[in-house]
Design a protein around this ligand. Sequence first.
Ligand code: IPM
Ligand code: MN
Length: 355
Amino acid sequence: MGKSYNIAVIPGDGTGPEVVDEGLKVLERAALKHGFSFQFKHYPLGGEHYMKTGEILPENVIDELRTQDGIFLGAIGHPDVKPGILEKGLLLQLRFELDQYINLRPVKLYEGVGTPLKDKGPADIDFVVIRENSEGLYAGAGGILKRGTPDEVAVQESINTRKGVERCIRFAFEYCRKRNQKKKVTLCGKTNVLTYAFDLWERAFYEVAKEYPDIETDYAHVDATCMWMVKNPEWFDVIVTDNMFGDIITDLGAMIQGGMGIAAGGNLNPEGVSMFEPIGGSAPRYAGKQIINPLAAISSAQLLLEALGEEKAAADVEEAVKKVLKDDLKDVAAGKMGYTTAEVGSLVADYIKTG
Ligand code: IPM
Ligand code: MN
C-alpha cells in the first residue's frame, strides 16, 4: 500500500465545481498509476452556501483544514454577493489563516497554444512568478474616516515585514535553483516611488542573493516588468514581487501563456498546508454549461502533486496536458475547445496510462 493523502476540496462558485471534478479525475488516475491514494473531503463553501446560511468560513472548518495534506479549490466569487465579501472572507482568509505566504504562478506557453505575442513561442515564454501572498496591500491595514462627507479620508497601507519579505525572496532563490533553467531571479518592484517598502525589499533581495552565488540577480520596476513580459518574456526565469504587483502581472502572464483557461496557481505554506487553484475566476456566465476549460485546474492539481513530493505523477500530468493541447484541443477558450469540460478531463486522464 502506498501513501494516502487527505485533501480538502472546495469546489466553490460558478465553474469551480466543473473544473474541480476534472482535476480530481486526473489526480485519481495519477495516484492509481503511481501507487498512492487520496481521501477527498468536500466543503460546500462559497456564494451559494453564504446566501443560504450566512456562513463564510467557520472556525471549525479552518481547524479541519489545518490537518489536511493539501487543499484543492475551484473558484470563489458570486454575482449576487457584493464583491469583497467572499474574496476577503474566504479566499484571502484561507491564505492568511494558513499562512500560505507564497503564491506560485508558472507562466508557460505550451506547444499548440496561441499567444497574443507576435513572434514568440514556447521557447520564449517559460518563467515563474513568486508572489508574496501574506502581506503588502492585502494585509487589510487602513481605514476610512468621515465616510461620505467632503472631508472623507481613505487610507490603505502596504505592510512589509522583514520576515515576510525575506522568506518570500529566499523561496524564490531556492525555487530558481531547483528549477535549474536560466538561474536568474528578477525582483519586480517600484524602488523609485515606493521608497520605503521597496527599500526593504531591495536590501533583503541583495542580502539573500549572497547566499546564492550560482544565481544571477536582476531588478525591474513593475511597469517595466509589464513591458518586458510583452516585449522580451524570454529574459525571465523567476520573478519575485509583492502581493499587489504579483496579482497584476500574473493576469498579464496568464494572457501571454494562452489565457485564464490554462493558468494554474498554488498558495504555498512550505511548512504547512498549501492550497491549489486555477487563477481565473468563477466565470458565472459559463457555469454549468460544460464549456469551461479545466486545464488550469488540472495544472493546479499538478502543482499539488509536486508539493506532495509526487514528482513523477506531476510530470505525467504535465505530459498529458501538453499532449491534449498539442493534439486534441481546437482552442483553449471556453466553448471553443471542440470538447466538453469533462471530455477534456478524460483525455488528460487517459493519456496518463496505468500499469
Ligand atoms: C487572484 C485573485 C484574488 C487576488 C482576488 C479574487 C481576491 O485576483 O487570486 O489573483 O487578488 O489575489
Ligand atoms: Mn488576481
